[in-house]
Design a binder for this molecule. Structure first.
Ligand code: MN
Length: 729
């Protein structure tokens, strides 16, 4: 049960200071008090009291924990920078770096919007607060600050009151527990429960109060009986009796669902002795005096708790049948149990003439790291405290107070992608603690990061970001974006590649059939549509050479089952001349086209192929698209004999490639020869060697009437000086 705590005057507080510290230290604390008193002069607490009551009470709590003068000065000054015109620089000037840095740390933690929506969130916040405090005294001042605020929480209106109580229970009490400060932990918890569940709190405290006389008598009786047996052996033993904290009972009643009477350790007797041997001796005596309850003995001396707590615990049954717990420990264990990390200042530095050695300050933590065992919550605290020593993770916040945990060295870009890839992809810049920062800014513990984004579509990450980001997550998400955004390009590329391969494999389909064929393939390869399928080929997700055998099989199956195309079905053996001057054997009056791949001209040996929907296409017999062995190819029935009509008058296109040695007037000579022979040039382009700025080849598409005509033209061109070799495509 929490007791009311009276305000103390500075005069009274000062008396205790004088008894503990040097006059210089007291003078310094005096100056901190005077500055705080003046700075807060106009302000009042919500209770209506002068504001200075609060920093003074915080200093008192820290003094009782045994903290050093800089901690007390910090306590007195902790709200000055945030709430009054006094600046951090002024504090640094008057009180030095240590106090200024402590005040700064407390102010920064105060600015963090703590929200306790989820378990994980609370866990992150606790870790963050520990990690943020390079100097653990920052956390101790903050805990004392929170403790005093909890003592005066009734003046804060709802719902804020409830929020603060929850935050206390979920963030600050566990931190106090981790740091081993039992008194602060229990008071924080009990006061939080008082506001969060007033009905249960009252029920428990009423039950405790109702029989307080009987309970106290019971405890006194047990204590005196123990004392009689133990004093002859350990003369200095201290024996205390106490009643468990409200929160301890509350948890057992409401979380473990036990009756008030089923809670064994409402009563606890504590025996404090000088040595570890005495502890075990006392245990033997106690077990001889009372009946131990099986399964309730715990040896935290040989196996300390993660927060360094050590004691022997055992639960016994009194003659009256009432269970009670006995804790046995040495004085040193007792200090650690009560004050945890703060014990360090109280009992070690205190003796060291108040002179602080930084390496000593972390001794407790180091000791903890050395003695930790493999229990689960040990890894937690070790991870948290390790961060304090060698930080490899940082904790940053969104403006709403969500904690984002990132590896050391992470930038604002990593932060943006940790929130969501959409945030990263639309990021244009960032603000850290309200200031605009460069895009490669490396984040530090406790910074509040706001990502600036553009609503514009199509903006997007920059390739440079890949070199800036620290996390694999951000890197992957940026790569994903590029893969996705280059989709159009991938589709075009993939489509072209596929079509090239289909052609090479003689896979020819009408538009409609082709679309169905591709749609089937897409589904087969788990692509959602044809474009997706092309895109996959385009960026190499599907390797064309690997999928072609399967595509050929599919095509062959399709070709076998498909109905013959009626309009192209040979109707008679009659042969007739087509519009192109080409005769197709067995086909009459159908669309005939000269194939673009080889452009056959009269005189070439040719062959026809029944396309799906585009009539017959005519190729040179030795075209690469024509199977060498028609009889044994995939669909021999689609290949038809074809030949040139003897009477043809039409002109044909032929494309020739002239390898040449460049000279002035070469092009003019070529065109003159062609003009003299009445040959039309349908297309011309040159191939040049860029390194020498020379033309090395000329490609001409000419209109000729027959193969004989073409041969004579080429013979003439061959005679031109500079023409090395002419080949026909
Ligand atoms: Mn405060």
């Amino acid at each position: 049960m929490v007791a009311d705590i009276q305000n103390i005057s500075y005069e009274d507080f000062r008396k205790t200071l004088v008894a503990s510290f040097s006059s210089e230290n007291v003078a310094q604390i005096d100056r901190a008090y005077v500055l705080a008193e003046e700075a807060h002069h106009e302000q009042k607490r919500k209770s209506g009291e002068p504001y200075i009551i609060h920093p003074l009470a915080v200093a008192k709590i820290l003094f009782d924990l045994g903290m050093d003068p800089p901690s007390l000065e910090t306590a007195l000054l902790h709200d000055v920078v945030e709430d009054t015109p006094v600046t951090l620089d002024e504090i640094r000037e008057q009180f030095g770096d240590v106090v200024a840095n402590l005040v700064d740390g407390v102010t920064k933690i105060g600015k963090i919007p703590l929200s306790t929506r989820e378990e994980q969130q609370a866990e992150n916040l606790r870790k963050m607060l520990l990690a943020m405090s390079q100097d653990i005294r920052v956390i101790l001042v903050k805990l004392a600050d929170r403790l005093h605020n909890m003592r005066t929480l009734q003046y804060v209106p709802e719902p804020r009151r409830r929020e603060i109580a929850r935050e206390t229970l979920e963030i600050y009490a566990p931190i106090a527990h981790r740091l081993g400060i039992r008194a602060v932990k229990e008071e924080l918890e009990d006061r939080a429960i008082m506001f969060l569940d007033p009905v249960a709190y009252k029920e428990i405290s009423d039950q405790l109060a109702a029989q307080s006389t009987t309970r106290n008598e019971f405890l006194e009786d047990i204590k005196s009986r123990i004392r009689k047996r133990i004093l002859p052996i350990c003369g200095d033993a201290e024996i205390e009796g106490r009643i468990k904290s409200v929160n301890g009972i509350y948890r057992k009643m409401y979380i473990q669902n036990k009756n008030f009477d089923q809670i064994y350790d409402i009563y606890a007797v504590r025996i404090i002795v000088d040595t570890v041997t005495d502890c075990y001796n006392c245990l033997g005596i106690i077990h001889d005096m009372f009946r131990p309850i099986p399964g309730r003995f715990k040896d935290y001396i040989s196996t300390p708790k993660p927060n360094m707590y050590q004691s022997l615990h055992t639960t016994l049954l009194s003659r009256e049948g009432l269970p009670f717990e006995v804790q046995i420990r040495t004085w040193e264990m007792h200090r650690t149990a009560e004050y945890g990390i703060a014990a360090h200042w109280k009992y070690k530095l205190g003796m060291d003439s108040g002179k602080e050695k930084p390496e000593m300050r972390m001794a407790w933590i180091r000791q903890l790291l050395e003695t930790q065992n493999s229990a689960e919550d040990v890894t937690d605290i070790v991870a948290a405290i390790k961060n304090d020593l060698v930080p490899d993770e940082i904790y940053t916040l969104t403006p709403k107070g969500d904690v984002i945990c990132l590896p050391q060295g992470s930038t604002v870009i990593d932060f943006a992608y940790a929130i969501h890839s959409a945030v990263g992809n639309r990021m244009t810049g960032a603000k850290v603690d309200g200031r605009i920062v460069p895009i490669d800014y490396q984040l530090k513990n406790g910074e509040i990061v706001e990502i600036l984004t553009s609503s514009q579509q199509g903006k997007g990450p920059s390739r440079d970001w890949l070199n800036i980001v620290k996390t694999g997550e951000a890197r992957n998400k940026i790569r994903m974006w590029f893969k996705k955004e280059r989709r159009e390009e991938n589709i075009v590329e993939g489509k072209a590649e596929l079509e090239r391969e289909l052609k090479r494999s003689n896979i020819r389909l009408s538009d409609e059939a082709y679309q169905q064929f591709i749609a089937d393939l897409a589904a087969r390869y788990h692509c959602k549509d044809a474009d997706d399928f092309y895109a996959s080929i385009g960026y190499g997700g599907l390797v064309i050479s690997r999928i072609m055998p399967h595509i050929r099989d599919e095509y062959n199956k399709l070709a076998k089952t498909e109905e013959p195309l009626p309009e192209l079905k040979p109707t008679s053996k009659q042969t007739k001349r087509s519009s192109e001057g080409i005769v197709i054997e067995g086909i009459d009056n159908c669309l005939v086209k000269v194939a673009k791949c080889c452009n056959p001209i009269p005189g070439d040996k040719i062959i026809g192929f029944i396309t799906r929907g585009h009539g017959v296409s005519v190729h040179k017999r030795d075209c690469t698209n024509v199977p060498k062995d028609i009889a044994h190819c995939a669909e021999p029935e689609r290949w038809l004999n074809a030949y040139w009509d003897a009477d043809i008058k039409e002109n044909f296109c032929a494309t020739v490639h002239i390898a040449c040695i460049d000279r002035y007037g070469l092009m003019a000579d070529i065109t003159t020869v062609l003009a003299n022979m009445h040959v039309m040039i349908l297309n011309v382009y040159t191939i040049s060697d860029k390194s020498k700025h020379e033309v090395t080849g000329i490609v001409l598409t000419l209109s000729v009437s027959s193969i004989e005509h073409l041969k004579s033209v080429l013979a003439r061109l061959n005679k031109i000086n500079g023409v090395e070799k002419i080949t026909r495509n």
